[in-house]
Design a protein around this ligand. Structure first.
Ligand SMILES: NC(=O)C1=CN([C@@H]2O[C@H](COP(=O)(O)OP(=O)(O)OC[C@H]3O[C@@H](n4cnc5c(N)ncnc54)[C@H](O)[C@@H]3O)[C@@H](O)[C@H]2O)C=CC1
Ligand SMILES: O=C(CO)COP(=O)(O)O
Length: 418
């Protein structure tokens, strides 16, 4: 165990905010590790669940017509806590007993020093509003969300949005990680990016205000939005009674024999790899649905990867490392797995095969799971349009146009050759 991971007086409490397909799979991983490393972490992990009523399906091994749990619709949290399974979003996977499903967001995050955000990106603003001021001020976050946050001011990573809204530092986790495979403990890799300002150094770093006290350090996020605006966030150091939250600690929290973690500093690269590949996966699904074969899909992936790197360098150039896209699990590896069997890929493929809008496929085939590629394509297009740069990203632009019905899948090859 690394020197920095000697047990300290206080243990970190971990909460996973979100309990969908990936949210539950990550909560399983984290709970396995808090149980194993219970001198560093509190064993019990809270998982916030967006409460809904569900009926245990008849084909589930938990179905028993005489059980009170099977007498009509039940709260999802109760079903998870009683069966140790998320029968709706991650069926067939036994969850650790130290994982507690909690319908109260405020209660789930209370006193947590490590917050793992893992929910569809469209819900994150509301979640942040709900927990602002209700978390410990020195908490640290990890965002597993794949998407980008576009508003009038410009474009942001969700780790930045979370950090700014909650006044905490937030890193990112992203990789070639189809949740159902990870949950079945099939080996894979992932990338975690974590690069907080050095709060413990005596000299303030260039981003820190020289007048800040050690318990009330003012940092500025390095990424400027397109209007050049930087945000001030009061960031508190993690008290010394806790083991420091650093690369080594994050590896202990997330690494499993079947889930291999590499921790890097490039938060923008890791986040954008996960967000932008979802746009490309839609195009790959359409092409596959047309029956055009693997060569065509490979062409989409090639052009898509180039646009992903170009987008990163153009708008996050100050911090991004282009090698992240090729050397880490985020980027090209995630692109390959997502264009092979991801939900965005499959739904786009089915929409062509069944001649149905992709929203309808999402509604009828995903049992409440959410596509991230469709809204990311719209968000990215909104941003590119504002910059007058749609033509420089022909694949991203084509995906948006196909989604909005102003372009056909048939014209994809000619459009991306331009
Ligand atoms: N599923 C996967 O294989 C992977 C997903 N991701 C990313 O992880 C993030 C989370 O995805 P999943 O866990 O798969 O989610 P999911 O696609 O399973 O989404 C459903 C979740 O949204 C919740 N929800 C529905 N309405 C809500 C509301 N109004 N407010 C808050 N929550 C609501 C549901 O309760 C459920 O937990 C996404 O950004 C996704 O791109 C990343 C890697 C793999
Ligand atoms: O991000 C993923 C795999 O790494 C999953 O992608 P989908 O959301 O398209 O299933």
């Amino acid at each position: 165990m690394a020197a920095s991971l000697q047990p300290n007086q206080r243990k970190h409490k971990v909460t996973v905010v979100g309990s969908g397909n990936w949210g539950t799979a990550i909560a399983k991983i984290v709970s396995e590790n808090t149980a194993k490393h219970n001198t560093i972490f509190e064993e019990k992990v809270e998982m916030w669940v967006f409460e809904e009523k569900i009926e245990i399906p008849k084909e589930s091994p938990h179905y028993n017509p005489t059980s009170p749990l099977c007498q009509g619709p039940q709260n999802l949290t109760e079903v998870i806590n009683k069966t140790n399974e998320n029968v709706k979003y991650l069926p067939g996977i036994a969850l650790p007993k130290n994982l507690h499903a909690n319908p109260s967001l405020e209660d789930a995050v209370r006193d947590s020093t490590i917050l793992v955000f893992n929910l569809p990106h469209q819900f994150i603003h509301k979640i942040c509003d709900q927990i602002k001021g209700k978390i410990v001020p020195y908490a640290r976050g990890i965002s597993c969300i794949k998407g980008v946050d576009v508003n009038e001011e410009g474009i942001h990573l969700f780790s930045e949005t979370i950090g700014r809204r909650l006044g905490i530092y937030c890193g990112a986790l992203s990789g070639a990680n189809i949740a159902n495979e990870v949950a079945r403990e099939k080996w894979c890799e992932t990338s975690i990016a974590y690069d907080p300002p050095h709060l413990d150094s005596k000299e303030p770093s260039p981003q820190q205000s020289p007048n800040a006290s050690s318990t009330d350090v003012v940092i500025q996020f390095e990424h400027k939005d397109t209007s050049g605006k930087l945000s001030d966030v009061k960031l508190r150091p993690v008290p010394s009674e806790y083991p420091p939250v650093d690369h080594a600690l994050l590896k202990v929290l997330f690494h499993r024999p079947y889930f291999h973690v590499r921790v890097v500093n490039d938060v923008a690269g890791v986040s954008l790899g996960g967000a932008l590949k979802n746009i490309v996966a839609l195009a790959a699904g359409w092409v596959d649905g047309m029956g055009w074969g693997d060569n065509a899909k490979a062409a989409i992936m090639r052009v898509g990867l180039l646009e992903m790197v170009k987008f990163g360098e153009r708008f996050f150039g100050a911090t991004i490392d282009r090698q992240t896209f090729t050397d880490e699990s985020t980027g090209v590896a995630d692109l390959i797995t997502s264009c092979s069997s991801g939900r965005n890929f499959r739904s786009a493929k089915h929409s062509v095969e069944k001649r149905l809008p992709i929203d309808e496929i999402e509604r009828t085939e995903l049992n409440g799971q959410k596509l991230q590629g469709t809204s990311t394509a719209v968000d990215v297009n909104k941003f590119l349009k504002k910059q007058g740069l749609e033509n420089e990203f022909p694949l991203f632009t084509s995906v948006y146009r196909i989604l909005t019905g102003t372009m056909s899948v048939e014209s994809l090859p000619s459009q991306i050759e331009q």
